[in-house]
Structure formats: C-alpha cells, structure tokens
Design a protein around this ligand. Structure first.
Ligand code: DGL
Length: 268
C-alpha cells in the first residue's frame, strides 16, 4: 500500500497512556495529523488475557484503518506484546509497536547489563522484552515486575501523593535488590509516574521511556512521506474514546499540560 503524505497517523492505547507517545510525535513530527483512540471502556488492559487483547486491538485497528491512516502506532505495550504480529498480517497498513523501542533504549543505556522492566501482567507474562533483549545481547540480565496499580492511579490522575509513592516503593523494591542500572517503563502510562519512579529508584538508575525511539522508528518508516504542514498542537488532533470523553479530556489535559481539543465518544 502506498503511504499518502497528508493522511493521518493512528495511535492507540487502553486510555491516556498513549498520550506520552502523542507528545513525542508532536515534538518530533509536528506536521503530522493524529487520530488517537483510547479504549477507556476496557481499561485496564493489564487485567485482560492475550486473546481478549488481540480482539480489542483488532477492533481499534479496523476503526483507525477505516479513517484512512497511513500508519498505526500501537502505543500500548500490552497489545504490542501479544497482538502486533496479528495486526501486521491482517491489515495493509504498517504498524509500529513500543516493545522494540524500549528494549533498544535500555540496551543502549545499561552499563552493568542488568535491566529492569516494569509493565502490566500480560506484557511481563509474554516475555516479549526479555526475549528480544536476549536476542540482541545474550549477556544481558532482564528482571520483570508487574505493577498492577500504576495504570488505575494514572487513569485517575493520581501521579503523586503518598498512595502512589507507597505503590512505587512496594513494586520497585525487588528491582532495587537486583542492582539494575536501567529500567524500561514498559507501559505507556508509566512515564507520567517518572518523577515518583525516579525518586524511588535513585539517580543511578536510568529510566527508559520507549516513546522517543518509537517515534524515531515512525520517522524512518514514513521516509519521504512526512507531513510537514505544521506545526500542530495537541488541540489540532482528533481524539476518540470508548468510555467517557469528558473524563478523558480532563485527566489527559492535566497529565499532558496542554489542551486536547475535542474528544469524541466512539463505541466499537
Ligand atoms: N498503557 C498500556 C500499556 O502500555 C496498557 C495499560 C493498561 O490498560 O493496563 O501496556
């Protein structure tokens, strides 16, 4: 399929997490138009199994492809881990996930070869990060940790405060014991918690947000077909959610620190 320069880019996640990737697109590819889908009626994806995640990702992909997108960024680690290959085979539009970007970022950053990955249960259980990291660098040690409460905290806009700090302390203690020097934020919601995660891990541990490498990959994929009709702000993009658009707009704007413009409800 030929990529049309002025067509939008689809981005999806279970909720507000994918806005961390939108932020990077706005920064690096400011002329691009984005159609964002947040599956807030089904968040958290961390509670779903692989089969359910494939079905949900497929419905969203069908919606985005029907909007005429030139590429789709699966800005959700949970669906990137289990559904990406399926989506790539099924649709005639290129799909980019966030796993590879996180792993490559971490391998670049680590000095002692001990890397932590925090993510949802389906992402950790898929072992997608671990497998890829070992393939690229067999000597690396990868330690995974499920952080189930992080997504509900971010979706509620509670990115700081005692409850969030305590959750971080409990989840991150085992990784601190392993002596990791690099930590992949393996869920797109987690960069919103970077201050509390960074404080808990200490300044010797590098936090890797996959958004930057993901958007570099997107830039490479688009090659000569980058839309340079910009710059556009967050408010110039189209947002669709399966749940309540008012609360998505409210929390999303608070987290991102910018206006999101119109948020539409779209049931799939
Ligand atoms: N932000 C998604 C991820 O990267 C999904 C989180 C969730 O809904 O549990 O995994």
């Amino acid at each position: 399929m030929s990529i049309e320069k002025n067509s939008p880019i689809g981005v999806f996640d279970s909720g507000v997490g994918g806005l961390t990737v939108v932020k990077e697109i706005v920064k690096r590819l400011p002329g691009e138009r984005i159609i964002y889908f947040g599956d807030t009626a089904n968040v958290p994806y961390g509670e779903k199994n692989a089969e359910e995640l494939i079905r949900l990702a497929d419905n969203i992909a069908a919606f985005l492809v029907a909007q005429g997108v030139k590429a789709v960024v699966d800005a959700c680690n949970s669906t990137s881990a289990v559904a990406l290959e399926y989506l790539r085979e099924r649709y005639d539009v290129p799909f980019i996930g966030v796993i590879e970007a996180g792993v490559k970022g971490a391998l670049n950053a680590t000095k002692n070869g001990k890397v932590g990955i925090i993510a949802t249960r389906p992402t950790i259980e898929s072992r997608a990060h671990k497998r890829l990291a070992k393939k690229l660098d067999p000597g690396v040690e990868v330690f995974g940790q499920v952080c189930s409460l992080f997504v509900p905290l971010v979706e509620a806009g509670r990115v700081s405060g005692p409850e969030t700090a305590l959750a971080a302390e409990i989840y991150l203690a085992p990784l601190l014991k392993k002596g990791i020097d690099t930590l992949i934020l393996g869920c797109t919601h987690y960069p919103f918690l970077a201050p509390v995660i960074g404080k808990t891990m200490g300044s010797d541990v590098t936090l890797v947000d996959p958004a930057e490498n993901t958007v570099k990959e997107l830039e490479k994929l688009l090659q000569g077909q980058i839309n340079d009709n910009g710059p556009r702000t967050f408010a110039d993009h189209e947002y669709f959610v399966s749940g309540d658009p008012v609360s998505f707009k409210d929390i999303g704007e608070k987290l991102i620190g910018a206006s999101l413009g119109r948020v539409n409800q779209q049931l799939l």
